[in-house]
Ligand binder design. Structure first.
Ligand code: MG
Length: 361
């Protein structure tokens, strides 16, 4: 089998952007994505997906997939590891981890379709049930979040994650207000998106420990392994991260240092299914937990579910609830979250579609 053609499509978001607070870089988070479709000479096509944080940047991502795709044309798509490592030679200098991830997901999709098996079975089969926890947009007050927690609990979620990094007092108040009000069987996790130093993170973590929250995600810079380890050993609340690690190699340093209890690889960025399954193997060896970061759209989410199902140390996965104007937040991701779905159902060359094939490679 040979790869003959690679297309990318930039999808626009049909939901409003979420606003991230100043503490984590004050920006709008758009759930737009880039889908890659890899064609083969045997008629099997594979889909993969990644995304940056805005539709505009996703056009750059599509171009990097197209550029990387030149190294995939003519190859046997089942040689996933060999292709992954060839692409990594370029990516480790150029930083195009989103492109590597999307291409890798599409190659696994081809492998699954070729074998007539779901990808999780190619990865060794299902090892456990996986539940989803709800991530909620950062720009809500504690009182609003308490109401959302009750809504999510009533709809079947067992936990939710909220933004942190608003300052020690504010974060402590949010934890206290929400934990005092939410149902006893509903868990709360917080995510500071690397915004604290160790001293301030410890102050917030102490309140998190007191209220037995589920985890404290990315409390400090992901580059400060010693600081994370110090924090993880000195507080009760589990420390978690790091969605920005690329690819799986940094996981070893963090695990050896006992710098976190929960590892959260992001498939769209860690190197796709290949990168994430390697994280899972490392996490298993160190007897830690894996809870994939999975904020994004449907194809990448499906890939994340396959890895989660086939990873022994994974019983939980993120599920973004990006719109509160829906009846059932658990069904949202299957809904019409994309405004231009035609872009992936039609093979039309328009401004949202980029292509690379044997002629241009
Ligand atoms: Mg996070």
């Amino acid at each position: 089998m040979e790869v003959t053609d690679i297309e990318t499509a930039v999808l626009g978001s049909a939901v409003d952007a979420a606003s991230l607070p100043a503490q984590v870089g004050a920006r709008e988070l758009e759930i737009s994505s880039v889908v890659v479709r890899i064609h083969t000479d045997e008629g099997i096509t594979g889909l993969g997906e990644s995304f940056y944080r805005s539709e505009e940047n996703n056009h750059f991502l599509a171009e990097s997939i197209e550029a990387m795709g030149r190294h995939v044309i003519g190859k046997d798509p089942r040689d996933i590891k060999a292709i992954w490592h060839e692409l990594y030679l370029h990516v480790k200098r150029a930083g195009a981890y989103g492109a590597l991830s999307a291409i890798d997901e599409a190659l696994w999709d081809i492998a699954g379709k070729n074998a007539g098996l779901p990808v999780y079975q190619l990865l060794g089969g299902q090892t456990s049930e996986v539940n989803a926890y709800a991530t909620f947009p950062a720009d809500k007050t504690a009182d609003e979040l308490t109401e959302y927690a009750e809504w999510l609990s009533a709809k079947g979620f067992e936990a939710m994650k909220i933004g942190a990094g608003f300052g020690i007092e504010e974060d402590r108040n949010r934890i206290k207000t929400i934990m005092d009000e939410i149902p006893d069987d509903f868990g709360l996790a917080i995510d500071a998106n690397t915004s604290y130093n160790v001293t301030d993170a410890r102050a917030v973590a102490e309140t998190g420990s007191e209220y037995e929250i589920e985890w404290f995600e990315e409390p400090i810079a992901h580059t400060d392994i010693q600081g994370q380890a110090e924090l993880n050993k000195s507080v009760e609340v589990p420390i978690s991260g790091y969605q920005t690690h690329t690819p799986h190699y940094p996981a070893l340093d963090h695990l050896k240092a006992n710098a976190l209890d929960i590892y959260q690889p992001s498939l769209d960025y860690v190197g796709g299914i290949t990168g994430a399954t390697r994280v899972a193997s490392l996490v298993e060896a160190f007897n830690k937990e894996m809870v994939p970061h999975a904020l994004g759209p449907a194809i990448n989410y499906a890939a994340s579910l396959h890895v989660a199902a086939a990873s022994r140390q994974c019983e939980l996965i993120e599920f973004a609830v990006l719109d509160d104007d829906v009846d059932d937040p658990g069904r949202y991701i299957a809904g019409p979250y994309v405004e231009n779905q035609d872009a992936i159902t039609c093979r039309m060359v328009d401004e949202s579609i980029h292509r690379v094939n044997r002629a241009s490679a």
